[in-house]
Design a protein around this ligand. Structure first.
Ligand SMILES: Cc1ncc(COP(=O)(O)O)c(C=O)c1O
Length: 309
């Protein structure tokens, strides 16, 4: 990863290299952290953060589930994020706020451990590779299942939950694929290791419901609105493995992956970027780069409050 200069930590900026934790940090042992993946884009009106409030609301819900008090209001967190971007002098970048249980006590009862809040930003290009934005990625249906709502609620973005995605991602790449798609405990399509899934069939777009154990992706929700504005019928519907194989087009979407076509699933060719995917990609990139006013409200610019020294 490309280091930047400063990290925001509990209200102050510290040098990137000083943002360390004790080896007995609770979150390191038990996964008791919650985080967000957010992107900021350089636009003609300055750097804008894509759907910052929606991300911060999800962070707040994730923290509440694991009983972590963030100690900052959403506008304060938003201001801290804008300040971290500005003070590192980065334009387009990835933004990673994390709230985690720090050093204090060992054992699974975490509520007496301190809650640390940190924000890092760094330049991060196309997550699945620049060429994948056109050629698409080769996906593997993972042999690892996505955890269900009564195992670890998939609606939260908790550090420990990502162990499941790491297993799937490693298995997929070790087997020669680019990305993993996970089925839920019932065998229905959930999501990618770090993306939501869409398929197109006969001009209709389908994406799994959150009740099928996918993360309620903010890109997914944005893409639904964008596709509808293009006149597409978008259905949130349970998908089975063969829906992936038989798709006319399919794509992954997420903050990191943005909108990336799926070239094949388990070696079954779907093809590169199809016309619907291309149209959605165009609206998505025009929106985030500030070239399309239809979804201008998705771009959030700096607010005035200051929470950093
Ligand atoms: C498992 C999983 N699904 C879907 C997504 C996409 O969510 P978003 O669009 O909010 O980044 C992510 C990314 O955070 C993810 O980790």
């Amino acid at each position: 990863m490309q280091a930047t200069e400063k990290i925001w930590r509990n209200g102050s900026f510290i040098p990137w290299d000083d943002a360390q934790v004790h080896v007995l940090t609770h979150a390191l042992h038990y996964g008791t952290g919650v985080f967000e993946g957010i992107r900021a884009y350089a636009t003609p009106k300055g750097t804008a953060v894509f759907r910052l409030n929606a991300h911060l609301e999800r962070l707040r819900r994730s923290a509440a589930l694991y009983e972590m008090e963030i100690g900052l209001s959403t506008p304060e967190l938003a201001a801290a994020i804008h300040e971290t971007i500005a003070s590192n002098g980065v334009g387009s970048c990835y933004v990673r706020p994390i709230v985690f249980r720090g050093y204090g006590e060992m054992g699974l009862f975490a509520l007496n451990n301190p809650v640390d809040v940190a924000i890092a930003v760094w330049p991060w290009g196309a997550y699945l590779g620049e060429e994948a934005l056109e050629a698409g990625v080769r996906c593997k249906v993972s042999s690892f299942r996505r955890y269900g709502p009564n195992t670890m609620p998939p609606a939260a973005k908790a550090s420990g939950q990502y162990i499941n995605s790491v297993l799937a991602k490693h298995e997929a790449t070790r087997s020669g694929y680019d990305e993993a798609i996970l089925l839920n405990e019932q065998g229905f399509v959930a999501d990618g290791s770090g993306e939501n899934v869409f398929v197109a069939r006969d001009g209709v777009l389908y994406t799994p419901p959150t009740s099928d154990s996918c993360l309620p992706g903010i890109t997914r929700e944005s893409v639904i609105q964008m596709a509808q504005s293009l006149g597409y019928d978008v259905r949130v519907a349970t998908l089975v493995r063969s829906d992936l194989y038989f798709a006319d087009e399919a794509f992954l979407c997420g903050t990191a992956a943005e909108v990336t076509p799926i070239a094949s699933v388990d070696g079954q060719e779907i093809g590169g970027r199809g016309p619907i995917t291309k149209q959605i990609q165009e609206v998505f990139f025009a929106t985030v780069e500030g070239r399309d006013e239809r979804f201008a409200e998705f771009l959030e610019y700096p607010v005035t409050a200051t929470v950093g020294t």
